[in-house]
Design a protein around this ligand. Structure first.
Ligand code: UD1
Ligand code: CA
Length: 452
């Protein structure tokens, strides 16, 4: 099968009015990534050799999203939304170039697995002319029904066009259809729009193909994979299925999830074996955690790397560019952005570290702030290995503190501190013996005098 060429036509021109959104439907995210990107990736993994994406007029953001996963994708605009068959025909130029397999995939079906698409391609290789992916469901409302007679798929009936009897059918169209390349244009050009919606339905290809004596088959798949998103409720349902998949995969890969149902993953979260994740942790896009690290409860991570044996949280926030070294500790109410915290360093309490390098085994005291932004530019703070930053210090970047140096608590550091130096900027303390009782007596007298 490997040598068969495969053109995928990805339909992404839906306006998605039922989403009640200003954004194109297919750009709504599942696992932190646009639905259309999930679909595009699945097709590439199933061996698509070319990808033609049909987008709405001026939907450059949709084209851009697809190119992020499939840089070579061609795009075609559908100016009028006249139905799924009409949409596929917008990619006529790509189809006319010829391909052994032509597969139509919807951009609003993000849970599709590459293995399932591969099975469809195997049916084509086995001599089917048209393959439809179907699934059994107890909630068929909204889906096209696959009408089967004597074991033969004879038609697909859209909900609106179905008779009461046909609506009872629970075998539904997943939306994925594949064709032997040489038949596609001929079949689609023959489809009319005499139906309830006045649209050119791709699904009518089944009846047209049968009338021409072609072999039409249904391949059966798992319902959860074909959830099509037309509403926000369906989007939430998709997200739930996606999260469930990610959690199962993490557990199977040797990750400890103390309360799996409370952990949120992104599409690209990578957790190594022997990572422990406590309850209520959110992994936004771009997180990689190495083995033996622990992410404690209520932490939020995005675009971050956590290396072996490090401990993050509880209540920590890692923003893009955070790189937490092996065995480092990031504690509660600490935010790290675009900063490398090297091996064994500790940033344990109430701290902001942004645009910085924290050397190995440095200790950053509670309430330390790297003042990285002056309202115009961003500046770097560099702290050497083994340095000790006293609590409640402000490090005004650009600034560096050398290896082994000590900064006294409450300091505002504006000039570089050399290695092994001690820097303190707070005012000298004054202590007056026995002054506290005198001061209290004075304040009490003042308060008593004011009473009526
Ligand atoms: C479609 C199928 C239905 C199937 C269901 C599975 C048809 C006629 N119906 O119904 O049998 O059970 O999907 O989820 O095919 N699109 C365009 N241009 C158009 C129309 C649609 O690009 O003119 C795109 C949409 O962006 C979407 C996809 O095609 O990604 C499917 O369209 P949608 O309107 O969601 O079809 P359904 O009513 O869900
Ligand atoms: Ca749909």
């Amino acid at each position: 099968m490997a040598e068969r060429t495969c053109l995928v036509v990805l339909l992404a021109a839906g306006e998605g009015t039922r989403m009640r959104s200003a954004k194109p439907k297919v750009l709504h995210a599942v696992g932190g990534r646009a639905m259309v990107c999930h679909a595009a990736e699945a097709t590439l993994r199933a061996g698509a050799t070319r990808l033609a994406v049909v987008i709405g007029p001026n939907a450059t953001d949709v084209a851009k999203a697809v190119r992020a996963v499939a840089p070579d994708a061609e795009t075609f605009e559908q100016y009028e939304r006249l139905g799924t068959a009409h949409a596929v025909l917008q990619a006529r130029a790509a189809i006319a170039q010829g391909a052994d397999d032509v597969m139509v995939v919807f951009g609003d079906t993000p849970l599709l697995r590459p293995e399932t698409l591969s099975r469809v391609r195997i049916r084509l290789a086995d001599n089917a002319d048209v393959v439809v992916l179907g699934f059994e469901t107890d909630e068929p409302a909204g889906y096209g029904r696959l009408l089967v007679k004597d074991g033969q798929l004879i038609a697909i009936r859209e909900e609106r066009d179905a008779t009461d009897e046909e609506r009872q059918v629970k075998f539904c169209n997943a939306g994925i259809m594949a064709f032997r390349g040489e038949h596609v244009l001929d079949l689609l050009d023959a489809i009319g729009n005499a139906n309830a919606k006045g649209e050119y339905y791709l699904t009518d290809a089944v009846e047209v193909a049968r009338a021409r004596g072609l072999t039409v088959v249904a391949e059966v798949g798992e319902e959860s994979e074909f959830l099509g998103v037309n509403t926000r409720a369906q989007l939430a349902q998709c997200e739930a299925v996606f999260q469930d998949r990610m959690r199962r995969a993490a557990l199977a890969a040797g990750v400890t999830l103390v309360a799996p149902e409370t952990v949120t993953f992104a599409h690209d979260t990578v957790l190594a074996a022997d990572v422990t994740v406590e309850p209520h942790v959110v992994f936004a896009a771009g997180v990689m955690v190495e083995g033996g690290a622990t992410i404690r409860a209520f932490s939020h991570l995005e675009g971050a790397v956590v290396r072996a044996g490090a401990i993050v949280g509880p209540y920590a926030r890692l923003r893009p560019g955070a790189d937490i070294g092996a065995d480092a500790h990031i504690g509660n109410f600490v935010e790290i952005k675009a900063a490398r915290v090297e091996t064994g360093a500790k940033v344990n309490h109430l701290t902001y570290i942004g645009d910085a390098i924290i050397g190995a085994k440095a200790n950053i005291g509670a309430g330390t702030i790297t003042c990285n932004y002056d309202g115009f530019g961003k500046y770097q703070t560099v702290i050497g290995a083994g340095a000790f930053i006293g609590s409640n210090s402000a490090l005004v970047a650009p600034v560096s503190v050398g290896a082994g140096a000590i900064v006294g608590a409450g300091s505002v550091i504006t000039a570089d501190v050399p290695a092994d130096a001690l820097a303190v900027t707070r005012a000298t303390q004054q202590t007056v013996d026995d002054a506290a009782p005198r001061l209290r007596a004075k304040y009490k007298a003042r308060k008593d005098a004011a009473k009526p």
